[in-house]
Design a protein around this ligand. Structure first.
Ligand SMILES: [Fe+2]
Length: 408
């Protein structure tokens, strides 16, 4: 489907906002179909228990805002202003919708207007373009939950396509992008817009499901890695970490950072041990949060695993994160840690002082290669109050590597 097949409209200055009430009802007044390049379809990401960020790509210098509400009539507007200034960017616009409630259904559309600075005294605003109205559900107090996990997509289009199809067939309440979206380093804007914001592939499915982004080591590497917040807004003041309740599942996300740091490594620009220690302080409070502690099932998503089958392979697992976090995870009786990073499937059952499953999913390519010893896999979690089933399944072939059933 072409993006122009959706109902994009031109917003006329001073007119009543155009609201498409239902597919079969004509909007009032009749919409003007915009000419020229359209903005990208929005992605619902950087989710927290009470907010999401709506992120979309733009084609040139633009400002934008999001109209949203609990019904298709919308009614609220979020501008994402910072320090008194509304958004302005030539590549991507990201706006957080605050004060949402767990279990809410949210309707929204993006509005994008080109901005020009023709001379020192003038700023001009072009005709604004409104996206169709999309809706999504905030994870909440449901009795059942489905979570889909992708990892290490590394901008590989066939993998994104295969994972997309498998994910839509599964129908999750939440999608977790478990790190390494960029191919190698984050050196140009397209590295990230091409990863997160091209999920649309002409479809609006990614505008209708919340996504939790967990940062991978490659996403933290490169000359514009410090701009990541523009593309994937930091969900928490402490960084790329978070806590969510998805029905019977308590979800934690932590940022394992880079797998190499110290003098002589990447210009000695990393300070990840201190960052992991800050996360440990946050984790101490998070595991006591009733939204997590009362959940029948408790999971952690982090890009680099906290143990690996070859412990001597230093870059393959995050020994520093393990040392700092695992005692708290054990005390919180976490069931499983789900990771990527090694591009090779591995399942390690609970051990004495690490009493949780460690699961490592597949790699970035749809078939087995040197870069991707295990083909790209979708991790599917289905839970009710009594049972959680976790499957690791190859996205393209459907080959199953693991089926694990946990009891509350
Ligand atoms: Fe990777």
């Amino acid at each position: 489907m072409n993006r122009r097949d959706f109902l994009w409209t031109t917003v006329l200055t001073g007119s009543t906002p155009l609201i498409a009430r239902a597919a079969e009802e004509a909007p009032v007044p009749a919409p003007t179909v915009p000419e020229g390049p359209l903005p990208g379809l929005p992605t619902v990401t950087s989710i927290t228990p009470d907010s999401v960020a709506i992120v979309w790509s733009v084609k040139g210098p633009c400002t934008g805002y999001v109209e949203y509400g609990n019904t298709p009539e919308l009614g609220k507007t979020a501008y994402g202003s910072q320090d008194g200034l509304r958004t302005f960017d030539a590549a991507v616009i990201a706006i957080r919708l605050p004060d949402l409630k767990p279990g809410d259904r949210i309707y929204y559309r993006t509005v994008t207007a080109p901005i020009q600075f023709p001379n020192h005294y003038k700023i001009t605003r072009g005709a604004a373009v409104a996206s169709p109205i999309f809706d999504f559900g905030m994870p909440g107090p449901a009795t059942e939950a489905r979570i889909a996990i992708w990892n290490d997509i590394h901008q590989q289009a066939p993998t994104i396509e295969a994972l997309g199809k498998a994910t839509l067939a599964f129908g999750p309440d939440l999608i977790v992008l478990n790190g390494d979206l960029v191919q190698d380093q984050f050196n140009k804007e397209q590295d990230f817009t091409g990863a997160l914001l091209s999920l649309d592939s002409g479809r609006d499915a990614w505008s209708r499901r919340p996504i939790a982004f967990v940062r991978g080591n490659h996403d933290a590497r490169g000359s514009i890695a410090r701009d990541l917040n523009r593309f994937a807004p930091r969900p928490h003041a402490y960084g790329y970490l978070g806590l969510l309740r998805v029905g019977p599942v308590g979800v934690l996300m932590l940022d394992t950072g880079d797998d190499k740091e110290g003098p002589g490594i990447y210009g000695d620009m990393g300070d990840f041990a201190a960052y992991r220690e800050n996360q440990r302080e946050w984790l101490e409070k998070a595991v006591a949060d009733p939204r997590f502690a009362s959940a029948p099932f408790r999971l952690l998503f982090c890009h680099i695993p906290l143990r690996w089958k070859e412990p001597e392979s230093k870059g393959a697992w995050c020994s520093d994160g393990d040392a700092r976090w695992s005692p708290l995870l054990a005390k919180a009786r976490i069931h499983a840690v789900i990771s990527g990073h090694t591009h090779q499937f591995w399942h390690s059952p609970p051990t004495g002082d690490r009493p949780y499953h460690q699961i490592v999913s597949g790699g970035p390519e749809t078939t087995s290669t040197k870069w991707s010893p295990t083909p790209a896999c979708l991790v599917k979690i289905e839970a009710n109050a009594n049972t959680l089933t976790l499957k690791v399944t190859e996205a393209l072939s459907g080959t199953e590597h693991l089926q694990l059933e946990l009891k509350a």
